[in-house]
Design a protein around this ligand. Structure first.
Ligand code: FE2
Ligand code: FE2
Ligand code: FE2
Length: 420
């Protein structure tokens, strides 16, 4: 392979990854970008230091990532969510370990806390950053915007609703700032443009981090949890796939960089599942045709979510083709034979192996004998690569141990993140 280095902007990754959630409904379209844009404009207007403006902008891009069920995702754009803190707390917990988002994490945590005449300055003795109230105001403003009507026509109505909630729900100084900004048409026209946060990023004033391979691994791990924690059924899946694929890549002679790329591809391979409905995701029995149609879209979405990032091209093919088969009967691209790279073949084996060996709430994982039977049968049908499967069985105990450890770790993290 010709790459010796992968560098990618944190901004580009967050925009691609946050748009996965927005696939759930057209009402969510650009929601993270819009909130990032407006929250940044508010922070800029009240003169917060640049470092805080940056954290607020990043917090806007990820603020609803703790929203894990599709039901919750639809609720958050409707009205003030009932489960007010859960997705904020969960989101904060999910991103806090990733250092470029540590500042954003503290902001996300309280982004639905009402001001309550000043009571919202703290929460159970913990100081609540003003930045959280900025995200709250930006979020509630953006969620009132209807995409099918002129924004400037809607603005007076939106503002009067917000003003009616000043002091009670929103910090009054911020409501004044929003009123000032309402006079600048360009802000609102920016807000409903195709990529509202891009112009802030492009201006370079926020100096957003460029990630190297190890940071991309770390951020992908965070995202694997957002993908997997949507359901107890899948809670440990991507962790197992990623570590298995990395171990197989090592056995097949991939370079150190390529092995890290494989790990990233494994963490992100089911990214498109964020857009799959809860009922389909959590069905313990065989999917009917309509449900399977919904499921079949997930790798298509993974592909198109990662596609805007040229630097991730190879990783994307490894991640997104995991349901393709050598005999051409896979989905959704029907790539076959030599057109499936070794990396994609490794991912396919890692995915099936993990899926059949992992325990799920409704069934036990398969034994060694059963696993071997299933995988050999798939090789005989020319569905998956025989050399990769041979490699797995030359070192089965070690690779299975790697999978189990990764999945136990993911399970622990799941229990810590999700309220019982
Ligand atoms: Fe939210
Ligand atoms: Fe939101
Ligand atoms: Fe998948």
């Amino acid at each position: 392979m010709d790459v010796d280095k992968i560098r990618i902007s944190l901004y580009d990754l967050l925009v691609s990854l946050s748009s996965a959630q927005e696939l759930v409904s057209s009402r969510l379209s650009n929601h993270h970008q819009q909130v990032a844009y407006l929250a940044f404009r508010l922070a800029e207007h009240i003169g917060l230091p640049i470092a805080q403006q940056k954290d607020i902008f990043l917090a806007g891009l990820v603020h609803d990532m703790g929203t894990l069920s599709t039901k919750e995702m639809l609720e958050i754009v409707e009205s003030e969510p009932v489960t007010v803190h859960h997705h904020g707390f969960r989101g904060a917990h999910l991103i806090e370990g990733f250092s470029p988002l540590r500042g954003a994490s503290g902001i996300v945590k309280f982004h639905h806390l009402p001001w309550g005449g000043g009571k919202g300055a703290t929460y159970k003795g913990e100081a609540v950053p003003l930045a959280s109230h900025i995200i709250h105001l930006a979020d509630r403003t953006c969620s009132q915007v209807r995409p099918d009507r002129n924004i400037l026509t809607q603005l007076p109505g939106i503002l009067s609703t917000i003003r009616g909630q000043a002091n009670d729900i929103f910090e009054p100084g911020l409501v004044d700032a929003l009123s000032d900004l309402s006079k600048r048409e360009y802000i609102w026209l920016d807000l409903v443009s195709r990529r509202p946060s891009k112009m802030i990023y492009k201006s370079g004033i926020l100096d957003i981090a460029v990630l190297e391979i190890d940071d991309i691994v770390d951020l992908s791990l965070v995202f694997s949890r957002i993908i997997d924690f949507r359901s107890r059924f899948t809670a440990r899946h991507s962790a197992g796939v990623a570590k298995t694929a990395q171990a197989l890549a090592q056995l097949m002679g991939f370079s150190a960089l390529e092995c890290k790329m494989m790990l990233i591809a494994g963490y992100l391979h089911d990214l498109g599942k964020i857009a799959v409905g809860d009922a389909v995701l959590e069905k313990p029995s065989k999917l009917d045709e309509a449900e399977f149609n919904e499921m079949r879209a997930h790798t298509y979405f993974t592909y198109h979510l990662l596609e805007p990032m040229d630097q991730l091209k190879t990783i994307n093919t490894w991640a997104s083709f995991h349901h393709e088969k050598l005999n051409g009967t896979g989905y959704p691209f029907h790539i076959s034979g030599d057109n499936l790279s070794l990396g994609s073949r490794i991912m396919a084996v890692a995915d099936v192996f993990t899926a059949i060996t992992e325990d799920r709430p409704y069934r036990q994982g398969m034994s060694f004998e059963e696993t071997e039977k299933v995988l050999r049968k798939m090789v005989a049908a020319n569905a998956i690569d025989g050399n990769v499967v041979d490699a797995l069985f030359t070192d089965y105990q070690r690779i299975d141990g790697i999978r189990v450890r990764a999945q136990n770790e993911a399970a622990e993290h799941y229990e810590l993140t999700m309220p019982a």
